[in-house]
Each structure stands twice: as structure tokens, then as C-alpha cells.
Design a protein around this ligand. Structure first.
Ligand code: ZN
Ligand code: ZN
Length: 375
């Protein structure tokens, strides 16, 4: 299942296909590949593929999850089911061919291992620049001693004599309403169809063992909150020779004290003194990698944004980087010296006696600059 085909491709429709288009295409393909109609060797596989694609794309919720994350079966809830079993062909058979069908699952068929999910919390900058790390996950693996059979070395599981390997027993009951036949899992073999006489010493007959497995994980630069990384075949081991499931790493990103992130862009806020905003200044801005100088022009208003091009997050797909946006906030002074108060009064007073005298006006600014910087 590692190389699953795209569901849209399976149904031969575009990504923007309507629910009707999807249904129409599904009906055509289901008729074409139904194993009772099509006797080609791979018809059943194709039929299942079509049905699976339709199950996802015909459900709005599942479809949008698929559009975002690809092949993650939300039904599996990460750690359940997931062996491609659709409970026989009964339902669809009824739908198109008017009854019949109802296949039974072979209890000895290979079964794919469960998918696993691991949530990894990374630092803000680790998400931006990526990192390589080792994680330890508990998972079930096929037993090496018996190669998953559960039987002691040199022996083999034997076919159950009660159910003849089908894993199911028929129980006939005579009731006042007549004879009733119930089918239930074989009690002799617990529905597996096989009996292990001498159990493997390592796994005690289970065919699988719990392991703490160390796995190397590379977090690509530019991942963001909620991103999923799929490690194919690193989930739980399959049964009876089935393939292993996948491991999904879900990324959580810790908040940063100074930076915020939106997509590939970084946002931050820096305070400006009243004098810096009024007179202009060159200030130092921390970016993700270094400190850089930013020229703030005279007369900058509070809430103004400045853009530092290319100082954002490396793009996860493709080349280039986002930008850093710097919002300046002018801090109104709360405790002023007498001199500072005087200067502000002169500045804010009704045209004062200086009027439009440019020279005098500038000297107030010069004096203010000094007063507010403590020179
Ligand atoms: Zn049995
Ligand atoms: Zn074993």
C-alpha cells in the first residue's frame, strides 16, 4: 500500500470533480471491474481500489482530508484497522446486480500492519530550519524467531481440524421458530483457522512482539504546525507476511517569545520611542539568523509595518524564503523630566511664538532628541 495511486486518478476524474461526476465514474468502473463480471486476474484488486477511492471522495470530510494530507485513512484513527478489507462485495453486488454475493474473509490472508502516529513537538527555529533527530516508538513487530508464524522452530501451525481452516463454525439451533444456523468464530482456533501445537518461546505463539524501536527522523526546513511526515513501512509489522503499516509524524511547533509565523512569513513587533518615531532612527532588528539594521524614517506612525525581504521561513516546497514583517509601536513616555515636558509643550503648543520659523523648529527637535535620549 506504500505506492497507492491517487484516488482521483483511480476514478479518472479531475481534482475539482463534482459529487455527481465522481459517482458516475465510480459506477462505470465498478461495473467494469466487478469480480463476478470481469474474470481478469487483477480485476478484484482494481475493484477494491475503485471502491476505496470512491469511499473517500464521496465523503466531503474524507475528501478534504485526502486533499490536504493524501493517503491517510481517517477511519483508521491512526493505530486501528487498515488492512484493505472492505467486508466482502455484498453491498455493491446488491446495488448493481440484484442480490447474492457476500464474500468471506480468509483468516489466513496476509494482513497489513497498523499505521502509527507520533506527535513531535519542535522549537520554533527547528521548524524553520529543520532538524534531524532520533525518536523511540513502541511498536509491534513480526517475531524474528518464528518469522511471524507463532510456532516453535522446526514446527508449523496446523490447519484447525474443527473449522477446516475457515476460522468459522456453524452452530445449528432448533428453536420454536425452526432451525437457526449461526456462524461464529471457531472456538478451537479463535477464528484464525490454525492451531499452534508448540508455541514459539519468544512471542508465546502471537507471531509478533512489542519493541521499543529507535527511528531516525529528518524534519525538513519550513514545516509548520500540524504538518505530517509519513515514514513508509515504519508502522506496526504486518501479519502472515503482510506489509508493515506507516508511521506518521505530526508536527507541533512551540511558540516563540518574539517571532510569530504565518505561512512562510515571520512577524515581530518592536517598540520605538516617541523621539525615534518623530525624528527617524536606525534600529537593530533581530531576524531568525542575525541582527540587521533597519532605517525608520522621520514621522513614522505607530502600527507601521516594514518588510525585510527574504528574512522569513524557507519554503517547504520549491525555492526561496518568505519575508519578515516588522511592526513598530510608538511607546508614549510615562515619566518625563521637566526639560522633556517643556520641550513637548513647545512642540504641541498653539503655533508658539516660533511660528513657521524653520530654524527655531529644528532646534526644538534637536533639543528633544538629546533630552529623550538622555544626552
Ligand atoms: Zn478453527
Ligand atoms: Zn515467535
Amino acid at each position: 500500500m506504500a505506492d497507492k495511486r491517487d484516488y482521483y486518478e483511480v476514478l479518472g476524474v479531475g481534482k475539482d470533480a463534482s459529487a455527481d461526476d465522481i459517482k458516475k465514474s465510480y459506477r462505470q468502473l465498478a461495473r467494469k471491474y466487478h469480480p463476478d463480471v470481469n474474470k481478469e486476474a487483477d480485476a478484484e484488486t482494481k475493484f477494491k481500489e475503485v471502491k476505496e477511492a470512491y469511499d473517500v471522495l464521496s465523503d466531503d470530510g474524507k475528501r478534504s482530508t485526502y486533499d490536504r494530507y493524501g493517503h491517510v485513512d481517517p477511519n483508521q484513527g491512526m493505530g486501528g484497522g487498515g488492512n484493505g478489507d472492505f467486508g466482502g462485495f455484498g453491498d455493491i453486488f446488491d446495488m448493481f446486480f440484484g442480490g447474492g454475493g457476500g464474500g468471506r474473509r480468509d483468516p489466513n490472508a496476509p494482513q497489513r500492519g497498523n499505521d502509527l502516529q507520533y506527535t513531535m513537538t519542535v522549537e520554533f527555529k527547528e521548524a524553520v530550519f529543520g532538524k534531524e533527530t532520533e525518536i523511540t516508538i513502541p511498536r509491534t513487530e513480526s517475531c524474528d524467531t518464528c518469522h511471524g508464524s507463532g510456532a516453535k522452530a522446526g514446527t508449523k501451525p496446523e490447519t484447525c481440524t474443527i473449522c477446516k481452516g475457515s476460522g468459522q463454525q456453524e452452530v445449528v439451533q432448533n428453536t420454536p421458530f425452526g432451525r437457526m444456523v449461526n456462524r461464529r468464530a471457531c472456538t478451537n482456533c479463535s477464528g484464525t483457522g490454525r492451531v499452534i501445537k508448540e508455541k514459539c518461546g519468544t512471542c508465546h505463539g502471537a507471531g509478533k512482539v512489542k519493541r521499543q524501536r529507535k527511528i531516525n527522523v529528518r524534519i525538513p526546513a519550513g514545516v509548520d504546525e500540524g504538518a505530517q511526515i509519513r515514514l513508509s513501512g515504519e508502522g506496526e509489522g504486518g501479519l502472515r507476511g503482510g506489509p508493515a503499516g506507516d508511521l506518521y509524524i505530526v508536527i507541533r511547533v512551540k511558540a516563540h517569545e518574539f517571532f510569530e509565523r504565518e505561512g512562510d512569513d515571520i512577524y515581530c513587533e518592536v517598540p520605538l520611542t516617541f523621539a525615534q518615531a518623530a525624528l527617524g532612527d536606525e534600529i537593530e532588528i533581530p531576524t531568525l539568523t542575525e541582527k540587521i539594521k533597519l532605517k525608520v524614517p522621520a514621522g513614522t506612525q505607530t502600527g507601521t509595518y516594514f518588510r525585510l525581504k527574504g528574512k522569513g521561513v524557507p519554503k517547504l516546497r520549491g525555492y526561496g524564503q518568505g519575508d519578515q514583517h516588522v511592526k513598530v509601536t510608538v511607546v508614549t513616555p510615562t515619566s518625563l523630566t521637566d526639560e522633556q515636558k517643556d520641550l513637548l509643550r513647545q512642540l504641541g503648543g498653539p503655533a508658539s511664538d516660533a511660528g513657521n520659523d524653520q530654524e527655531h523648529h529644528e532646534s526644538i527637535f534637536e533639543r528633544m532628541k538629546k533630552a529623550f535620549r538622555g544626552e
